[in-house]
Design a protein around this ligand. Structure first.
Ligand code: 3AM
Length: 396
């Protein structure tokens, strides 16, 4: 019944819920975090289970537990109402499909009990990149490149399958931390010049600021397959499609590029490109692409990085970088570790004078809202989708 199903999870988050939750193959260890409709637990596959092979591959897993009650409750939030069993199954299907990429959080398993859904996935010990932004304030150009390149590879994989993520934001980027010793020597390849190879340090992900290793894209709750992934389908089939449909498909993939642009902007300076407390003002700013490289935060950021941001935050999706164009971007492909480090040091010094307590507070406040409502900040598609949900709900 309703009461017992809620107490099993909501009131005793550290307990052993396996019996109540009918999750025989995994043991839940502790709660990692909470999403809008789910709680995420660290878990281990049970060795005695028939799926013990999982134990070898994934010693620990992250289990997203979705309480069915929360999905069906008639909350005011239109997003909750729109979320349904079909959406959970769709999320699972898409996650399964895109899981092969090294930069996508691996899908492990899916279970359903009378009260819960369980999406079992690989555990990334670092948590969200969002947390790293809060911790470091902003990333060096090297670290930004390291993070954004991996995000781009994940998006490349998804787009090549005709799948659009639609919710790219720092909260949906998880990472594996790495330990590294700061070194006076460049740890990243300085150039492609073979003569400089001897001076090259060993490539260590994360060097350039912060211990961020591998970065993976997560959360496929808003993802959508927009055309057949069957590449063997003769082009003739596509040939019958109306131009505006073909365009829409292409353009809707482009919303992810906008998302990458927002993430890149945010990690480089520490605040998002579009922000306003009033949602209609924010929407207006987004639709006009009204953002600036705010001084002094952007003063020392390279022209190459700014160019990449401009090409990603291009209002016209046909002019916006597509994933292949972005992967070929000169800034994304440059290795300039030393300069990045030097700039970072310089910036830290100048930042101290600039950051009054008030501006710090304002920024924190902005970040707070940004986390709470960031799907609205990131993609024009998310805004459009929310409006569509509202219209739908009004009609029902
Ligand atoms: O609630 P917070 O922000 O602390 O990092 C994710 C987020 O943490 C974490 O669960 C929370 C809700 O999404 N999370 C989700 N998937 C994860 C995974 N595969 C994960 N942490 C590690 N590995």
């Amino acid at each position: 019944d309703e009461a017992s199903s809620s107490s099993s999870l909501d009131e005793d988050p550290e307990g052993d819920f396996v019996e109540q939750l009918e999750l025989q193959d995994y043991k839940l260890i502790s709660k990692i975090g909470e999403g809008a409709f789910s709680k995420v637990y660290r878990g281990v596959p049970r060795t005695e289970s028939s799926k013990s092979f999982l134990f070898k591959t994934f010693k620990q897993v992250a289990i997203k537990v979705i309480n069915k009650k929360h999905l069906t409750s008639s909350q005011k939030d239109s997003k909750s109402k729109a979320t349904s069993r079909e959406q959970v199954l769709k999320e699972v299907a898409i996650h399964r499909t895109v899981s092969a990429s090294e930069n996508v959080v691996s899908f492990v398993d899916f279970h359903e009990s009378p009260s819960y859904y369980f999406i079992v996935q690989e555990l990334l010990a670092g948590g969200e990149i969002f947390g790293e932004i809060v911790r470091l304030t902003y990333f060096s150009e090297d670290l930004s490149r390291h993070v954004i390149r991996q995000l781009a590879l994940a998006v490349k994989h998804m787009h090549s399958l005709g799948i659009v993520h639609r919710d790219i934001k720092p909260e949906n980027l998880l990472f594996e931390p790495v330990d590294f010793e700061p070194s006076p020597k460049p740890m990243l390849r300085k150039s492609d010049d073979p003569k400089s190879k001897q001076d090259e340090g060993v490539f260590k992900p994360g060097v350039g600021g912060g211990g961020v290793g591998i970065v993976k894209l997560a959360d496929f709750g808003l993802s959508k397959q927009i055309y057949s992934t069957n590449t063997k389908t003769p082009c003739g089939t596509v040939g019958y499609t109306a131009p505006e449909v073909v365009k829409d498909e292409r353009y809707s993939l482009q919303v992810d590029m906008w998302g990458i642009g927002c993430v890149l902007y945010t990690i480089l300076c520490g605040f998002p490109p579009f922000y306003d407390e009033k949602i209609d003002v924010l929407t207006e700013k987004i639709s006009r692409g009204e953002y600036i490289f705010l001084r002094p935060w952007w003063d020392e950021i390279s022209e190459g990085a700014k160019h990449a941001v401009r090409k990603l935050l291009e209002v016209d999706p046909s002019k916006r970088y597509n994933i292949d164009e972005f992967l070929a971007d000169p800034w994304l492909n440059s290795y300039d570790c030393l300069r990045g480090q030097a700039l970072k040091k310089h910036k830290n010094e100048s930042m101290e004078n600039v950051h009054t307590l008030a501006s710090k507070k304002k920024k924190r406040h902005a970040r707070h809202n940004f986390k709470r409502d960031s799907s609205l900040l990131y993609s024009p598609a998310a805004v459009a989708m929310r409006d569509a949900f509202e219209v739908n709900n009004a009609l029902q």
